[in-house]
Design a protein around this ligand. Structure first.
Ligand SMILES: *Cc1c(COP(=O)(O)O)cnc(C)c1O
Length: 397
């Protein structure tokens, strides 16, 4: 099967919600992947910040194979040890005093957080929640009602929840919107889908203070930002502003579907028996994969590695002068090339032609979220190729 064959079959059988991707990937090794025509790429997007250990990592492959052979599924009718170990591990990494709900995706992790927020709000006369313009929290109707991007909200609204949107990064706007009637504030520590947009320094600390002063829950959506992406386990640790609820997914499973919602302190027991559930949540294969990811990050020092290689990547990009390129933003191995105009699709295509997979996350921003195992030399190979990639994009657009 070639790229062309698979693209045409894809186009015929799937709903048209994604558009037809440019190539089909068939295998990977470390940070490299190969398409159906045999072309090799350096994977600088990692399945949207998911493939934290890269591709074909022996620890992940062994953990999944062994658990699948031993017991692939139990449901929540029975205890399975990998899920217990994963939950204990997440609580310990987050500093203790928390409980966990395991889900299968980011959206579901946010649905759990939202239901906790709604239950808290009903108990305390807090009928609304606050979220941010251009924020992204997922695609189910609950998570979508928190998502601040009009083009993906409007076709499906109105929504059942009262969600008030504030401009991201503006602490005064947040202070004005959050009263003692507010149940929860949903925030990404850096907005991912908006184009890896960090807030001004101190924003997360300010949000913590605003929530403490009013009694609103601070919910950190760290689905994209956690598990080493910024050089820390969790991005909230950079400002030491621990949220009340924390949602995780993407990089946690290293490619296996797993999500988690952590609730701290008194909120850890807001859900009572019967309040929530998931047939697949806590699946032992997914939990074994996540444990392999966490063990490997710890054993191989990948937090410090992601911070260091991320700096190499960013300084290499910053050193490039080109009319299409305005700069670079983000932290660790989570960056965006900021463009001077709407050339991101052309840059993405030119990069692919040059052997690099990147993501045109916005018209004027190209996202990089490579595996945490990306080497220095691999980062430099991209920045060395970047001027020619931008030239090619300029010619094409
Ligand atoms: C990807 C993402 C989600 C949705 O996760 P899915 O696994 O696609 O459901 C939610 N919030 C943020 C911040 C994300 O980046």
């Amino acid at each position: 099967m070639t790229n062309a064959d698979l693209r045409s079959r894809f186009a015929d059988v799937f709903m048209p919600n994604y558009g037809v991707p440019p190539v089909a990937l068939v295998r990977g090794e470390g940070a490299r992947v190969w398409d159906a025509d045999g072309n090799e790429y350096l994977d600088l997007i990692g399945g949207i910040a998911v493939s934290s250990l890269g591709h074909g990592h022996p620890a992940l492959a062994a953990a999944v194979a062994e658990q699948a052979a031993a017991l692939a599924h139990t449901s929540n009718l029975f205890v399975n040890e990998p899920s217990v170990r994963l939950a204990e591990r997440l609580v310990a990494l987050a500093g203790g005093d928390a409980r966990v709900f395991l889900a299968n995706s980011g959206t579901e992790a946010n649905e759990a957080a939202l239901k906790i927020a709604v239950k808290y709000g009903k108990a305390h006369g807090r009928p609304y929640v606050v979220a941010t313009e251009n924020g992204f929290h997922g695609r189910t109707l609950g998570a979508l009602s928190l998502t601040g991007k009009r083009s993906i909200r409007d076709p499906f609204g109105p929504f059942a929840l009262d969600v008030r949107f504030v401009p991201y990064g503006d602490a005064d706007a947040l202070r004005a919107a959050v009263t003692d009637q507010c149940a929860a504030v949903f925030l990404e520590p850096t907005q991912g889908e908006a184009g890896v947009v960090p807030p001004p320094a101190g924003y997360f600390t300010a949000a913590r203070e605003i929530c403490d002063a009013t009694g609103a829950l601070l919910v950190a959506d760290e689905i994209q930002s956690a598990i080493g992406r910024t050089g820390a386990w969790f991005a909230w640790q950079h400002e030491n502003a621990r949220p009340d609820l924390l949602t995780l997914a993407k990089g946690l499973g290293g490619g296996l579907p797993v999500g988690a919602c952590l609730a701290f302190g008194a909120h850890a027991t807001t859900f009572a028996k019967g309040d929530h559930g998931s047939t697949f949540g806590g699946n032992p294969v997914a939990a074994a994969a996540a444990l392999a990811v966490l063990d490997t990050i710890e054993r191989d020092g990948l937090l410090a590695h992601a911070a260091a290689v991320g700096d190499v990547l960013a300084s290499g990009i910053a050193a490039v002068e080109h009319p299409l390129l305005a700069g670079v933003r983000g932290r660790g191995l989570w960056r965006a090339l900021v463009l001077t105009g709407p050339s991101a699709p052309a840059v993405e295509a030119a990069a692919r032609d040059a052997g690099f997979l990147v993501n045109a996350v916005q018209a004027d921003a190209v996202r990089l979220a490579p595996p945490l195992i990306l080497t220095d030399a691999q980062a430099r190979s991209f920045t060395a190729a970047l001027p020619a990639v931008l030239d090619a994009a300029q010619k094409a657009s």
